[in-house]
Design a binder for this molecule. Structure first.
Ligand SMILES: Nc1ncnc2c1ncn2[C@@H]1O[C@H](COP(=O)(O)OP(=O)(O)OP(=O)(O)O)[C@@H](O)[C@H]1O
Ligand SMILES: [Mg+2]
Length: 272
């Protein structure tokens, strides 16, 4: 691997859950490099969450589904590696932080992942402190996660991912259960991560007003699970807004406003 090699390389991925009669996604590929934030867009059922589960090997190792094509993580085929090995390269944050919380204090929670990697105690604690400071929760380390707001619990889930030190973090609708304040808190943390560099993020998100503050690239999957568009965020949203709306994909308010102006005969030269 050189520093220019992608952290993730997905080639012609087709995934069929056991019992389903079609692949979703169906022939999707993309590469993700260090420092990039990629937004995965598509209508409900197009296979975004399914693809996310393939990025750290949960598919095919833990979820009953068939994967064809290939997913390479740090140059390693996911089919050839264990989920434990892959979790050191790709960590996940899901929609419902409570489904991921298993311990009684914030500190224990963030230590849980590194402990499972059998790291020395000093290393576990050092990682936990760094991660909790990054998300602004170090001062609350002794508290029960129940005492946090929804945004706080999702920031805790991000800290757990950070403590694993995996270069790729996949976030599947991380703000779906949050109010606007919680969403803002989570994106403030993600924005810091992106600015500090080093991490690559794969984001699945409906609230594009929040997401567009950190997104570089957009990959769009259509209703049949096929790759529809892949390109710089501003280009995809500007050039394909009609197709995105026809697919039932949400677009940022600014893009909608630009569309309304265009339809009223006052086109904006560039509305992201
Ligand atoms: N565990 C499962 N077992 C069987 N089929 C599944 C499973 N999870 C998802 N599917 C099916 O796979 C297809 C893709 O679902 P997926 O959840 O990946 O879509 P999505 O793009 O994430 O949708 P949404 O925007 O609603 O979250 C759908 O037809 C869905 O019914
Ligand atoms: Mg989903």
């Amino acid at each position: 691997m050189t520093s220019r090699d992608p952290l993730l390389r997905v080639a012609d991925a087709r995934i069929r859950h056991d019992g389903n009669d079609r692949d979703t996604p169906d022939g999707v590929g993309f590469e993700l490099h260090a420092g990039e934030t990629l937004l995965l867009l598509g209508p409900s059922g197009s296979g975004k969450s399914t693809l996310a589960l393939a990025l750290n090997g949960l598919i095919p190792h833990a979820v009953p589904a068939e994967l064809t094509g290939s997913v390479l993580v740090d140059g390693v085929l996911t089919t050839d590696a264990t989920v434990a090995r892959l979790s050191q390269s790709v960590s996940m944050v899901f929609q419902d932080p409570d489904a991921q919380i298993v311990t009684g204090t914030l500190l224990d929670e963030v230590c849980f992942g590194p402990e499972n990697l059998s790291l020395p105690v000093t290393e576990v604690l050092a990682r936990a402190e760094t991660a909790l400071r990054q998300v602004g929760l170090w001062e609350r380390r002794g508290e029960n996660p129940d005492r946090l707001s929804g945004g706080g619990r999702q920031r805790l889930a991000v800290a757990c991912a950070l403590a694993l030190r995996s270069p790729v973090i996949v976030l599947d609708e991380p703000t779906a259960n949050l109010d606007p304040v919680g969403t803002e808190e989570v994106y403030a943390v993600l924005g810091d991560l992106v600015r500090e560099g080093g991490h690559a993020l794969v984001l699945i998100e409906h609230d594009l007003d929040a997401a567009m503050t950190i997104v570089d690239r957009v990959v769009v999957i259509d209703g049949a699970g096929h790759l529809a568009f892949d390109g710089p965020a501003a280009t995809v949203l500007r050039d394909h807004v009609d197709e995105l709306l026809a697919l039932g994909v949400w677009v940022p308010s600014a893009t909608l406003a630009g569309l309304r102006l265009r339809d009223a005969g006052c086109p904006c030269p560039s509305s992201p």
